[in-house]
Design a protein around this ligand. Structure first.
Ligand SMILES: Cc1cc2nc3c(=O)[nH]c(=O)nc-3n(C[C@H](O)[C@H](O)[C@H](O)COP(=O)(O)OP(=O)(O)OC[C@H]3O[C@@H](n4cnc5c(N)ncnc54)[C@H](O)[C@@H]3O)c2cc1C
Length: 371
């Protein structure tokens, strides 16, 4: 009883009303704390132009929606993604699902976005959301959920109307458009609207994203995309950098503010939601936040960083290990099993030792294990 009263008196202050901040707010409010969310933009979700993002379904044993709903919120998704086709020059790797979706598409920004929905869930629990906030992030802020903390990659995207297959995503890796490791994708929001996006490392100053975007469109997407159906464009900035500690002057950093992103494809939504939940748990149960997120994420982050390194070598060697003009089909359940296995992670950690002389064989062997 006394504890409940103390909780009701204590105000938890969260800077940033994105996925991570709102997840923390929902959890703390459910536990009886008074919560205030301070958002810089004039509205929740206002810093994104309406744009679909993918929630991949291979980072956890269970379905990713079920996993995230264990963070005590309801996830509003648009479509199940049944196929992701990755084009590596003339080779194609096609992730498909028999049982579980390869991923889910989520709408970010705009009236029907996930963050708007989470804001509603938070408000109905009594969370106070203050928009247009221009205050200082000082040590009175308990949770810092302000997103991007550093710019490592930049992107350019365009949204079109047309006729699309909503369950199918196309990804292109090609030195022609994104020399280091950026990639391009066509991502349908539904059967009428799709986003195309291209990105590059910030240090690749010589690359003109808009020009490369035009080339990609001309070479691969001219059938799907007609310029007259252009709706709007947007820019994007991303960061990823696993911190040594996500605690700053007693405040907990969550989501992208902490640098939590998958280093391979830069998926960040899942980490934002889970870290928001973990920060709330640390406050509610007086636990060590750094210990909680490290236990949950650290091995995963290492794995994605290692695969990224392989992809980078793979790309610079022209994907030499794969037969030309091949189409390789990967069943998502099998991939998930391999991805989550300890054996896979261990074999990846030895990669630097044999990459130079066994490069192609290693890649082939790893890929063959998948199918
Ligand atoms: C174009 C693009 C495509 C992406 N695609 C994917 C994808 O397909 N899959 C995926 O998983 N991830 C994707 N991501 C990454 C994902 O969007 C982020 O990792 C995720 O949104 C991070 O959530 P967050 O709550 O930490 O930060 P955000 O969602 O960025 O929210 C931060 C909030 O804090 C507010 N804020 C900022 N500064 C302050 C301040 N000083 N005071 C108060 N409020 C402040 C912002 O206005 C914002 O509302 C993509 C990102 C971009 C930009």
């Amino acid at each position: 009883m006394i504890f409940q009263f103390q909780k009701r008196k204590k105000i938890i202050k969260i800077a940033g009303g994105g996925l991570a901040g709102l997840t923390a707010a929902i959890n703390l409010s459910k536990a009886g704390f008074r919560v205030k969310v301070y958002e810089k933009s004039s509205q929740i979700g206002g810093h994104y132009k309406e744009n679909a993002q993918m929630l991949p379904n291979w980072f956890s044993k269970e379905d990713v929606i079920e996993e995230l709903e264990k963070c005590n919120l309801k996830i509003n998704w648009l479509e199940k993604i049944e196929e992701v086709k990755i084009s590596l020059r003339k080779q194609k790797v096609i992730f498909y699902s028999k049982k579980n979706p390869v991923g889910y598409s989520i709408l970010r920004g705009g009236e029907n976005s996930l963050e708007k929905d989470l804001a509603q869930q938070a408000k109905s629990l009594g969370v106070e959301i203050i928009t247009n906030w221009k205050g200082e992030i000082d040590n009175k802020i308990n949770i810092i959920a302000t997103g991007l903390n550093k710019i490592l990659t930049i992107g350019y995207g365009r949204v079109y109307k047309g006729k699309f297959e909503p369950s199918k995503v196309k990804v292109f890796f090609s030195p022609q458009y994104t020399p280091t490791f950026g990639y391009c994708y066509l991502f349908p929001h539904n059967e009428n609207i799709a986003t195309i996006k291209i990105s590059k490392e910030i240090k690749e100053k010589q690359i003109n994203l808009k020009e490369n975007f035009k080339k990609l469109q001309r070479d691969y997407l001219s059938k799907e995309i007609e310029e007259k159906n252009f709706l709007y464009d947007f820019g994007s900035k991303r960061s990823f950098e696993v911190p040594k500690s996500a605690v700053k002057n007693h405040s907990f950093l969550v989501g992208e503010a902490a640098g939590f992103q998958d280093e391979l494809f830069r998926f960040g939504m899942r980490y934002a939601i889970i870290s928001g939940h973990l920060a709330a748990k640390a406050i509610m149960e007086n636990l060590n936040y750094d210990r909680l997120w490290k236990k949950r994420f650290l091995e995963e982050f290492q794995r994605t960083a290692r695969v990224r390194r392989i992809f980078q070598d793979f790309k610079s060697k022209g994907f030499g290990g794969l037969p030309k003009d091949s189409e390789i089909f990967v069943e998502i359940e099998k991939f998930k099993k391999l991805w989550l296995s300890r054996k896979f992670n261990t074999s990846l950690s030895f990669y630097p030792l044999y990459k130079n002389f066994l490069f192609n064989k290693f890649i082939l062997k790893t890929l063959l294990k998948l199918f």
